[in-house]
Write a protein that binds this ligand. Structure first.
Ligand code: ADP
Ligand code: MG
Length: 907
């Protein structure tokens, strides 16, 4: 609490007593009522120049913001914890609370405290919540990252019948851009979708939040809000959704299941609630068909560092390496596409066509990018205007956006060979009405204030009544200056000034020594005394009073006209909202196509060929991120081939078993192939000489024993949990990357697990896979598994040192070069020499009794695991037949002996 707090608000200190027992004060009653209506929000309760928080809210906010927790008054005999933030810094504190996943209800004073006093001594200033700020429903630029979408996600669940898996529907909205989507999925799909969307806020029903199976997962996510049942009410869902879009039915949205409608309506209801009834413009919901996007789970996303590195930074991620977009909307779309690559070769092909157009036409690319760079963020400006949170600069942004759109459309129309995706863009841009831009331009001044209430944003000469009011206001100011000169003359007080403050309004001020003169005849006929301060005396005059009234009314009138103009323009923008949104999306598509072309040209990417086969041929592939990091130092990146296509006469793809010493480049090689698949399917060109990919539908990537101590789980346990997920889920179209699985445990354990994992991938999953390992023993598997292919990263030994060539070739590594790597790392020479001696001894012993891996029973011949069912079943049946209440002690004892005997015989 700020010590310099000027006014101590009254109301909390003294409870009107009389009955002896403490009672809530009127202010406290009001507070409790408002808080009860917003139970899941921190309540910012306006008191004078502060927003104050009480009770639990105060404790949470004080901790989160690092501000002082104090007490104010008592409630029911107990101290009320309190903290406060000054109104002029509220945004900053709001930011921090939202970033931490809190929701905040902002409660304002709705009348002047003087008004309340007029109603009588005990009257409380009227207050109400004017805005609910939540992480998923923000529109302010200051609270949003321009390069990322900010989604509100609703999860609805269909109750599963016994033994069945639950089914979920998801609906998500970016209120700042109007995007609205719906999808259905199973439990695994739920986690994958959340990993992809990274929603700013998730809403679920109370029931789902409390569900035993799902609760730990939901609680591990940031900003999850459990809501009352009515928000997720399936019976009213369709009606609520239709009402939002002012439609009679939701049929035009396509066939949505009841579950999907429920999730969509929950999103809508929550938005209406947080925006206090106003309805930001949303695109009609688009249903995402299952299986149209490449499924990538959370572990794979973070492991491949798609949008941020393991350290949490954007720099060093795949997104950062390929992002050449020049607009915020383009950057958001690129991130979206990278998070959700497609599986349909034709849809991807359309995107490739657009990129190819800009690769081929360098002039068009440069022109388009230059114009886009100057274009404003249409979608977000419009969203603010529609919810009445926009300012004059948002109007200007719409104007400039429309002008830029027309110029871009003209630029593209000049080209004959426009790709289909770009032709669509042109059509969307052409649907914008240039007249709206003219209207805005005619009305807006050159220099615009941030807030409309500051006025001065309507162009001089555009509105006669406004010009008149402004002239009057400005003229009166001249009159005041003239008046000051006249009074100085008449009183012979040269230092006489006419000043203004908020308490007195305009007044005449002279120093104390001249004050007497003005208060004595004849001057006191003109000058009316108002105030005596230490050094000055202040007066007013009838003339000054009249002038002041005129100035104030002229200024009021001018501002009134400006605000009217603003509302009219905002309404015109709102009326064109649907087209503006489409155009904004089209500009983003354009930006992404040109940007991907830019990176393709810069870094020599090629257009990948995508089809429905199970092929996977990469020639001269490079790692898009490592390659860029290496160009700076460390010499050129060594390109490598990869062919996971089914071998002749086989129906399924191959598994590469990549061996080679530490630091050879195994991990880099594995990841680069996964990243190339992602880039290809999101619609980008790829870092390779040639690429032909049969569309991948699931991508998995795991690293053995990553240093994951931070999460507090055994790293080996994590590794096994994640490997299990892959072996249970991967289908024949999947691409699986397993890097050093089995490293996190003792050698024989690890080797056996890796061994069995490869067999399972080969025989059961039958997917394309890359498996890196330092267990060379595994290379023996190739003799029995026809689609397993041994590859190794070449190294050269040179005068006892190891030289990494980073070149992937067929074959197996013969040894691990661990000691050479240790030497490179600077282990003391004595340790290196000793290790060599130990190694020689171990190898000699190994040769004396060689392990014969060929003798291991092949996976297919593995005996079925024993079923615990049979024995347990007879015991359960016997137990069910016993009725303890009807037994004598002796019978009970006999029954126990019988059970024990049965258990012994079955076991
Ligand atoms: P491993 O997994 O075999 O231990 P990494 O993939 O981690 O090896 O690679 C080790 C280092 O070698 C990387 O940091 C990278 O800088 C370099 N490197 C890997 N592959 C290449 C390549 N193809 N060309 C050039 N440098 C490479
Ligand atoms: Mg590695």
């Amino acid at each position: 609490m700020d010590a310099a707090r000027p006014i101590v608000p009254s109301g909390f200190e003294s409870a009107p007593s009389g009955e002896g027992a403490p009672r809530a004060t009127p202010v406290m009653e009001q507070y409790i009522e408002i808080k009860a209506a917003n139970p899941d929000c921190l309540l910012f309760y306006r008191m004078g120049d502060f927003y104050e928080l009480f009770f639990d809210d105060a404790e949470i906010a004080a901790r989160a913001l690092g501000i002082v927790l104090t007490k104010r008054g008592k409630h029911l005999g107990r101290d009320i914890p309190m903290c406060g933030v000054p109104v002029h810094r509220a945004d900053e504190y709001l930011n921090r609370l939202i970033a931490l996943g809190h929701r905040v209800a902002v409660c304002e004073q709705l009348e002047d405290p003087a008004e309340a006093r007029k109603r009588g001594g005990k009257s409380v200033v009227r207050r109400d919540v004017i805005r609910v700020v939540t992480p998923g429903t923000l529109t302010e630029d200051t609270l949003l990252d321009a390069r990322r979408n900010n989604y509100l996600l609703a999860i609805a669940r269909a109750r599963a019948s016994v033994g069945e898996e639950s089914n979920f529907a998801l609906a998500w909205i970016d209120i700042s851009t109007g995007e609205f989507r719906i999808a259905e999925c199973d439990r695994a799909g739920l986690a994958a979708a959340i990993a992809r969307l990274e929603p700013g806020e998730i809403i679920v029903s109370d029931a789902l939040y409390g569900d035993g199976a799902l609760a730990p997962y939901l609680r591990s996510l940031p900003a999850v809000a459990p809501l009352a049942r009515d928000v997720f009410d399936g019976a009213t869902a369709e009606r609520r959704l239709a009402a939002y879009f002012a439609l009679a039915t939701t049929e035009s949205f396509g066939a949505l299941s009841r579950l999907e409608l429920t999730a969509a309506a929950a999103c809508i209801s929550y938005i209406e609630r947080t925006q206090l009834g106003s309805r930001p413009p949303l695109a009609p919901p688009v249903r995402e068909a299952q299986g149209t996007t490449l499924a990538i789970d959370q572990a794979t996303r973070s492991n491949l560092e798609l949008v941020r590195t393991l350290a949490g930074e954007r720099r060093g991620s795949l997104l950062a390496a390929v992002d050449r977009t020049v607009t915020a909307a383009g950057s958001r779309l690129l991130a979206q596409r990278l998070a959700a690559p497609l599986t349909d070769p034709a849809a991807v092909g359309m995107r490739h066509d657009a990129v190819e157009f800009f690769v081929a036409d360098a002039t068009a690319r440069a022109e388009v990018r230059e114009r886009l760079e100057a274009a404003p963020d249409l979608a977000r400006s419009m969203a603010r205007l529609v919810v009445a949170r926009g300012g004059p600069r948002d109007l200007a942004a719409i104007r400039d956006g429309i002008v830029a759109a027309a110029a871009l459309a003209a630029e593209l129309e000049k080209r004959a060979n426009l790709a289909a995706e770009l032709a669509q863009v042109v059509r969307a841009l052409r649907r914008l009405d240039p007249a709206l831009a003219h209207e805005l331009d005619a009305a807006l001044a050159e220099e615009l204030p941030h807030l409309k209430r500051d006025g001065g944003f309507v162009r001089d000469g555009s509105n006669a009544a406004l010009d008149e009011a402004r002239a009057l206001r400005d003229e009166s100011r001249h009159v005041i200056a003239a008046l000051q000169a006249r009074y100085a003359d008449a009183t012979s007080v040269r230092a006489l000034k006419i000043r203004h403050n908020n308490v007195l309004g305009y007044f005449v001020e002279v120093t104390a020594q001249h004050g007497e003169r003005l208060m004595a005849p004849p001057l006191n006929a003109t000058f009316i005394h108002r105030q005596t301060l230490a050094g000055q005396v202040r007066f007013t005059t009838t003339e000054l009073g009249a002038l002041e009234a005129k100035i104030a009314s002229a200024a009021d009138r001018a501002l009134g006209i400006e605000l009217e103009t603003f509302d009219k323009l905002a309404a015109a923008v709102t009326a064109a909202a649907a087209r503006i949104k489409e155009a904004a999306e089209a500009l983003a598509v354009l930006d992404v196509a040109a940007a991907l072309a830019q990176v393709a040209v810069e870094r020599h990417y090629v257009r990948p060929q995508l089809d429905a086969s199970l092929d996977f041929v990469i020639e001269g592939g490079r790692h898009p991120v490592v390659e860029q990091a290496l160009t700076g130092d460390g010499g050129p990146f060594v390109a490598n081939d990869c062919d996971l296509s089914p071998p002749p006469s086989a129906a399924h793809g191959r598994i590469y078993l990549v061996t080679g010493p530490n630091m050879a480049g195994k991990s880099t090689y594995l990841r680069q192939n996964a990243l190339i698949a992602i880039l290809a399917q999101m619609g980008s060109f790829v870092p390779a000489r040639r690429a032909k990919i049969g569309a991948v539908d699931q991508l998995f990537s795991r690293v053995g024993a990553a240093d994951d101590i931070a999460r507090g789980r055994s790293t080996f346990m994590v590794e096994m949990v994640e490997t299990a997920a892959i072996l249970n889920q991967a289908g024949e179209r999947a691409l699986v990357i397993l890097d050093e699985i089995g490293r996190g445990t003792a050698t024989f354990d690890g080797l056996s697990i890796a061994w069995a994992t490869i067999e399972h991938l080969h025989e059961t999953n039958r997917c394309r896979a890359l498996f890196a390992t330092h267990f060379h023993e595994l290379t023996a598997l190739a003799a029995n598994l026809p689609r397993l292919f041994n590859a190794t990263v070449r190294v050269k030994e040179w005068q006892g040192d190891v030289v990494f060539l980073h070149e992937v070739v067929p074959g197996a590594a013969d040894r691990s070069y661990g000691i050479q790597v240790a030497k490179l790392a600077g282990l003391p020479l004595a340790v290196i020499e000793r290790a060599k001696v130990v190694l020689a001894k171990l190898e000699a012993e190994d040769r004396a009794s060689p392990r014969d891996f060929d003798e291991l029973p092949l996976f297919a011949a593995t005996p079925r695991p024993p079923s615990p069912g049979a024995a347990a079943d007879t015991l359960i049946a016997a137990l069910a037949a016993i009725h303890p209440d009807e037994m004598s002690p002796r019978e009970a004892l006999e029954a126990l002996y019988a059970l024990k005997a049965k258990a012994a015989e079955d076991g």
